[in-house]
Design a protein around this ligand. Sequence first.
Ligand code: ATP
Length: 583
Amino acid sequence: MRFADLARTFDALEATSSRRELVALLAEALSLAADDELQPLIYLCQGRLAATFIPIEFGMADKTVADAIGVAYDADRAAVLRRYDTLGDLGLIAAELRAARPSGADRETAVGVLDVYTRLHEIAQASGEGSIARKVELLAALLREVDALGAKHLVRIPLGRMRLGIGDPTILEALALAHGADSSLRPTLEAAYNRTSDLGLIGRTLRTDGPAAVAQLTIRPGNPIRPALAERLGDAAAILARLGRCAVEPKFDGFRLQVHRCGDQEVRIFSRNLEELSAMFPEVTEATLRLPSHEAIFEGEVLAYNPSTEEFLPFQQTTRRRRKHGVEALVAELPLRLFAFDLLYADGADLMPLPYTKRRERLAALLGDRERDALALAPAEVVAEPEELERFFEQAISQGLEGIVAKKLDAPYQAGARNFNWVKLKRVSAGRLQDTVDCVILGYLYGRGKRAAFGVGALLVGVYDDERDEFATVTKIGTGLSDEEWRTIRERCDKITAPQRPARIFSRIEPSVWVEPQVVIEVLADEVTRSPMHTCGMRESKLGYALRFPRLISFRSGDKRPEDATTVREIIGLYAQQGRRTA
Ligand code: ATP
């Protein structure tokens, strides 16, 4: 497949506002790819060179890419950057310059997808002294071999700004369609995705070995497993009525980690959204290498912890580790402890099908007695009565924790699923929703008065419909942000504006500016109401659901992808629970 053809598909994907068309276009491109092209093509569609959990960094900032464009098309770097100020997209500038050359846009070029993919790898791998110049040279050479559309999409890859608007479930749907299968293949693909998190691997296996081989793809240390998630219930009695006798664990307000010990030398650590963060937690790596199993995958919540006062520090302190430099100094200044709560794999055995009680026994045996270590077993207690559960809850709150997670004793670990195997219960303030909601920014409305200075008057935000892989609007946020927050939001949004409604956004409200659904924010609201304007829940009934009196609590893009935001189903659940509470 020529890169020029793929670029044409990318362009059509970017332009469509129809999700059905998105799937059809993608499926067509996937079916046209040769066997050896399919896996690279899937990664390129994700704007990447490998599965999302493999950290490949291009190390090319806007200015370096502008340099490459200048070198490729004999333009002055300053002129490229000036034009960038106007257009805000280096892809468009590359396309413009390419088209303006004598052998311009209509000259078809033959460079293949595989060739582009290999050469992009080479660019990413260039490191050490002189590597920036080398990257510029390599990208410039490649830019000279593609047509205008190719140039537009090519430069966006190292910049990490593909703007294709496709989520992983859409790629899975397109894979099934390209395979000529009916919807019965979806559960097999989804289950394999939940176990391996690697769409390229799934696509290649499906193409070369068929669906039975996809069903056989097993978990492997080094490939993150999509995390199991918790549902919500309003009180202790509701939890016991639903789960029966169950275990309760404190809900730590830290950072969820999935730790993979891959043999005797290597430990890989992944965040909740499957990003590799190994370098940030050296003490967790060391402690894991001291465990008796050679291979293991376990999960826990890491948080800043003061061992002398046995105090847990707030989430913001823990997240200071999310940076690349100065980790060593922070290890001493801000010790962390990982409270492990589940064991998914050990020495060749997939433990996910075992009941919670058995996994927990295995986890306790694996960790042994390591009170002083960076690894500890999360406390747990089995309860049968609401009073016992409440006592555990109050104790957690008094230690400065968020609440509890109740766990069904006989439940397996269900990768990627949010269900009642785990139920969270948090402290609720009167007149507030039972939990914060993670929303995705979908657009903004221009501001008036003082706010006009930031150009944002209100944000249009939505939640995720995981059945349709789309975002439905749930509220507008117009108050409660500091000047600094408005400025930050404007800056972030300006990098991801969309010329028309992105295909995965379902909205009845037309904001002044659409943005790609990427930025996740945590929002606290007073209640969920029915709404004729907001589309959350409108696929199911005429009236939608909306959040009343929303305010921004934090930015969550660090640990959540847009697809990890609160779902439409959860909002409907919150609405139902609130009805019960006030009844
Ligand atoms: P929240 O925004 O409430 O942290 P979330 O959307 O990140 O929730 P949920 O599924 O709603 O995820 O809640 C489960 C989360 O709680 C887990 O992802 C994990 O990070 C955290 N957690 C803390 N303590 C525990 C525990 N003992 N067992 C399971 N998860 C725990």
